[in-house]
Design a protein around this ligand. Structure first.
Ligand code: SAM
Length: 223
């Protein structure tokens, strides 16, 4: 499904987003009191189907190696092609919130949306992508609640629609040689079973002077 928010005011976009409730009905707050629980390698006792979910200290170390300032800059685009429940996406989102928003920030909610709008995520396990969307939503709600900001229904729905579009249940094609991961060959999962792979177009958000525009683009090759 494609939404068209071209040159609408932020409020008009929210009303378009609200018409697409089906897309975000599965997103909910997990627990506002604690940090979201991410899986780690220690959680999976089945060593035949063993998967490693990256622990926080390794994620932190990798972000430091790339540069915290670079990763925190929401003008830079992040794509996690095999994202699990969000070890990287959740940590990067939290870091961006910490480094871009202070109590003096004018429009905290819009800045939060900007921090999130350039994080993209693909995961083929449906349960994990749902968990990840809930983790991201919970981080956002907890951050806002710590700043005594309560979203109205429209704003809350808009946050959910952004998460629904950027965090994709899909498959990244990594069967061939991994040079960089070629993200243009990624497919939305619901079409996969029908032998009709559809290349993913990513939503590109633009927040400018109270206006939001959204268009969809094929990702560029070579990250
Ligand atoms: C080892 S886990 C790592 C998850 C996360 N990146 C982390 O570091 O915690 C790998 C994840 O990639 C997913 N996955 C594997 N191949 C994939 C593909 N081709 N496209 C999308 N997801 C994939 C699996 O379902 C699994 O959740």
């Amino acid at each position: 499904m494609k939404l068209s928010f071209k040159d609408n005011t932020y409020r008009e976009c929210i009303s378009i987003a609200k018409k697409n409730k089906k897309m975000f009905s599965e997103i909910k707050t997990i627990d506002l009191l604690d940090r979201v629980e991410l899986q780690t390698c220690g959680n999976n006792k089945n060593f035949d189907n063993f998967q490693i979910f990256t622990p926080k200290f390794i994620v932190d170390g990798m972000i430091k190696a790339i540069g915290e300032g670079y990763v925190s800059d929401f003008n830079h685009t992040i794509l996690e092609p095999t994202s699990g429940d969000g070890a990287f996406t959740c940590n990067i989102f939290e870091l961006r919130l910490k480094n871009n928003i202070s109590d003096d920030t004018k429009d905290i909610f819009t800045t939060l949306l900007r921090c999130l709008a350039t994080i993209y995520s693909i995961e083929m396990d449906k349960d994990l992508i749902i968990k990840q969307k809930n983790n991201i939503y919970t981080i956002a709600k907890k951050f806002l609640s710590n700043k005594n900001i309560l979203l109205n229904q429209d704003e809350d729905d808009f946050l959910k629609i952004l998460i629904s579009l950027n965090f994709i249940w899909g498959e990244t094609n990594i069967k061939t040689e991994i040079k960089p991961l070629l993200c243009e060959v990624a497919y939305k999962m619901p079409n996969k079973g029908k032998n009709a792979d559809i290349s993913i177009d990513f939503p590109v958000w633009n927040f400018d002077n109270g206006k939001v525009s959204l268009h969809f683009e094929e990702p560029e090759i070579g990250c």
